[in-house]
Design a binder for this molecule. Structure first.
Ligand code: NA7
Length: 551
């Protein structure tokens, strides 16, 4: 590493969620000086912030843990197949203690501006407490779902009742799991029916006097089938952790479930029905990513499972008109993130729950007493916004990031993400975007793919330290090839037929404006094979500078 006098730190990591904490831990092992900047008051990212009732994993708990803390894994007993937010926050908080990372994290501070100084080869990072830090490298670990999105209905500030966005659920100590907010005896409006809305709705339905669900687009949901983990099973999981992690490494999505080699073609209706029925009643994502290999490439095959899930919704919802409103008509099953549920559809059979289709009867404005649609006034005591996130790139967009010649990241990405391996952007030397757009960790059981990515990046830094490399930049042509590859992979699937999801965002101007994919859906093994090949070829596609040689 070059002269440390010029910079405050070798590396600044932005974000102390699952990714940022582990990155810090790995970089410290290399003897690098690291400072982590975290906008919230504690570690944990998603699991620190999302404290709404019903917030839980859709990944099996034991596949979601840090794999590199074997002692913690052996001490830790997961309560359920799919753990809830309080338990996850506790796990990652304990992990932070074990890694002793908090001492290198500055909490409650936002990085607002980052400018690359070409002459000095360092990044100046401005914080919202007026502090300015200089670091040789900056690694963003800002999270894929950490910039909440609020609608902009007229009159939103006039409403006199309680208002929450799912991400900003009250954080008073002990407020884990939203326990402090009561719905009993209240009229509650929930806006949004993505994974978050689905989790909230099934909880609010239990105690609210009335609940109005404002749905813009229905989603294909499937049963979570959660259950407690008994001591014998936990002992078995503890003994099998290495096998579980190895299995997750081998699958496309980082879950234990993976596609079968068989396609749905040539199968009989009875065979398909039996398989889908089995998977529908099996816990977790088997029903999404654990069946026929052509479900997401062949419209006929996708139609089989889509039809099966639609029939399930019709069976579970008593009122046929409501059932039809809950069935997506514009995309097939699994082409957006599948919300997992527990009695979600049955909630609509309850007298206290009403579904409002806001495509038919749009929200016009918020009033002091509630919500006004084109045809009705809904007087409510509470409005819950489960309206999602500016996903994947939101955390970067919140910062003014400037690379060579003052070029902003916004300019570089005006037509969509342009990266090499989803890790670096040409003309932004020494900046790395962990679990970022177009990298293999965003379309995945995140800790599994994030860990692999962090280890790979740490190895790259070890290589830099050993070889005195002080500047790493993505090659333009390598980025072009990678970006083309990301789109080619997606074009070969049906994902392109469902662009109204957080996997996509709008970019461009005028006629060029359109949805661009934010994730890489080539799968975990393919991404890992690619980065390993890049490493084997001397980090091909990265331009590395050794000052001693250049000077
Ligand atoms: P999602 O999946 O993006 O869902 C957001 C929901 O909010 C979705 O139903 C949206 O409808 C709806 N929405 C968004 N804006 C509005 C407005 N203005 N009015 C009405 N409804 C609106 O976010 P989640 O938080 O549920 O889940 C994100 C991920 O977090 C999840 O997949 C997990 O991985 C964790 P739309 O579909 O846009 O019509």
């Amino acid at each position: 590493m070059p002269d440390k006098q010029e910079v405050d730190f070798d590396v600044i990591v932005v974000g102390a969620g699952i990714t940022g904490m582990y990155m810090l831990y790995k970089l410290r092992e290399l003897g690098m000086s690291v400072r982590v900047i975290e906008k919230n008051g504690d570690v944990g990212g998603t699991w620190n912030m999302n404290r709404y009732p019903g917030c839980k994993l859709d990944s099996e708990s034991y596949t979601y843990a840090y794999s590199f803390l074997p002692d913690l894994l052996q001490e830790w007993n997961w309560s359920n197949e799919f753990a809830s937010q309080p338990e996850l926050m506790e796990f990652f908080s304990k992990a932070a203690d074990r890694m002793d990372v908090r001492k290198d994290i500055t909490f409650n501070v936002k990085a607002t501006r980052m400018v690359y100084d070409e002459q000095g080869n360092f990044w100046t990072v401005e914080l919202d407490n007026a502090e300015i830090l200089r670091a040789r490298f900056v690694l963003t670990a800002v999270g894929a779902l950490s910039t909440p999105r609020m609608p902009s209905y007229p009159g939103m500030d006039l409403f006199r009742g309680e208002v929450f966005h799912s991400y900003y659920w009250p954080h008073e100590r002990g407020g884990y799991g939203g326990k402090e907010v009561s719905f009993a005896g209240k009229r509650v409006a929930v806006i949004g029916t993505g994974s978050t809305g689905v989790q909230i709705i099934q909880e609010v339905a239990k105690t609210a006097d009335r609940m109005f669900v404002f749905q813009r687009s229905p989603n294909w949901c499937a049963p979570l089938c959660n259950k407690p983990i008994e001591p014998e099973r936990m002992a078995e999981i503890k003994a099998r952790y290495p096998i579980i992690f190895e299995k997750c490494e081998s699958t496309n999505s980082g879950f234990q479930h993976d596609f079968m080699f068989e396609t749905a073609h040539g199968t009989t209706a009875e065979e398909r029905e039996a398989l889908f029925e089995e998977l529908y009643n099996q816990s977790g994502y088997a029903i999404w990513v654990g069946h026929y290999g052509d479900m997401f490439t062949d419209p006929v095959s996708n139609g089989y499972i889509t039809d099966f899930i639609a029939r399930k919704i019709r069976q579970r919802v008593k009122d046929p008109a409501i059932a039809e409103k809950l069935i997506p008509k514009d995309h097939g099953f699994g082409l957006k993130r599948v919300p997992m549920e527990t009695n979600y559809y049955e909630a609509y059979n309850q007298d206290n729950v009403e579904l409002i289709d806001i495509r038919e009867d749009p929200i016009i404005e918020m009033t002091p007493d509630g919500i006004r649609t084109g045809t009705r006034d809904f007087d409510v005591d509470m409005i819950i916004y489960a309206t999602g996130f500016d996903a994947i790139i939101g955390g970067l967009k919140e910062m003014d990031i400037r690379g060579l010649g003052g070029k902003t990241l916004k300019e570089a990405w005006q037509d969509g993400p342009f990266t090499y391996l989803g890790l670096q952007v040409p003309e932004f030397p020494n900046l790395f975007t962990l679990v970022g757009a177009h990298n293999g960790a965003t379309f995945c059981n995140i800790p599994r793919c994030a860990e692999a990515q962090i280890r790979w990046v740490a190895d790259l830094f070890a290589h830099a330290v050993e070889n005195g490399i002080d500047r790493i930049e993505a090659d333009e042509q390598a980025a072009e090839e990678w970006t083309r590859h990301v789109f080619e992979v997606a074009d070969a699937t049906l994902l392109t037929t469902a662009t109204n999801s957080w996997f996509w965002a709008e970019f461009g101007k005028g006629l060029e404006r359109g949805h661009r994919l934010l994730v890489y859906n080539g799968g975990n093994p393919a991404y890992r094979a690619k980065v390993e090949e890049v490493r084997a070829r001397g980090y091909e596609g990265f331009i590395m500078r050794q000052p001693a040689v250049v000077d």
